[in-house]
Write a protein that binds this ligand. Sequence first.
Ligand code: PEP
Ligand code: MN
Length: 338
Amino acid sequence: MLVIMEEKATPEEVEEVMERIRALDYECHRIEDEKGVVIGAIGNGRGRHRLQVVECLSGVERVVPISSPYKLASRETKKVKSYLKVNDIEIGNGRVVVMAGPCAVESEEQLMETAGAVSEAGASILRGGAFKPRTSPYSFQGLGEEGLKLLAKARERFRLSVVTEVTNPQDVDLVASYADILQIGARNAQNFSLLKEVGCVGKPVLFKRGMMTSVEEFLMSAEYILSEGNGKVILCERGIRTFETSTRNTLDISAVPVLKEKTHLPVIVDPSHAAGDWKYVSSLSMAAVAAGADGLLIEVHPWPERALSDGSQSLKPDRFRKLMNDLRQLARLMGKDA
Ligand code: PEP
Ligand code: MN
């Protein structure tokens, strides 16, 4: 249920309503925007009728049911778009935010070279995996904490924010102590214990759609993070598995407007893992921005032929620079910055 407070409701009235809701064994989520306070009462549905009585409390405008199964992610609960701040970068607020870097952190030389190039080209966030979820146990698994330290070094040197993946619940605190944004990868889109764990930290989460999750399942998974109290979730479409084999995955471009309609959360696109081939990355990036994406996550490597993972889909720095220039023009056309 949503309890919509009157615009002039006092903090005491809001608190009184929240106490009544909690007494009925419902969790309260306070959502505030310029139109006032809305309280999301989330529970298992028992005692729902008794919840209706809060409508009589002072300061309450009305009580309405939330029909969507993803209560906190839903646009029904929050009409105004959410944006979040990572250092001085706003994600979801009228700017196309580009996160770029290697698939995996491989060495200091590789990371510094890439970070310098993407920063110069205009990216604001550096990506790079230190813990890599690889399909094969024999593939490079990432440098672990040493990789996190290199990311922290690159952040200092190039004044970039850092996004990096966390693959298991025990590593969440460690990764959060180095990263500005925690990435949850496609393979963990339904790893509910991991989702709950990142829901308990204060850092933003870049949450990737699973390769076999529907939009609804994706949003139900996002709900695991939100319901633990972390509202700083960025959704990322990265391609889904279809019968088509000419690309690594099929970029579900329609997921962008669909997600934007159904949720208030920022939506970005990863064209690299969708395409699996650097040749298609620029076109898909432009398509994503044209479809309304709030940002992009792009793999860049100075020496793709030597990359320890995903070299074939990584852009070289000069191509990335060209793409950034094209994106700036497109963003301007759409009334955004890049
Ligand atoms: C990645 O971003 O490096 C990655 C592993 O992506 P995904 O989880 O989308 O496969
Ligand atoms: Mn990759």
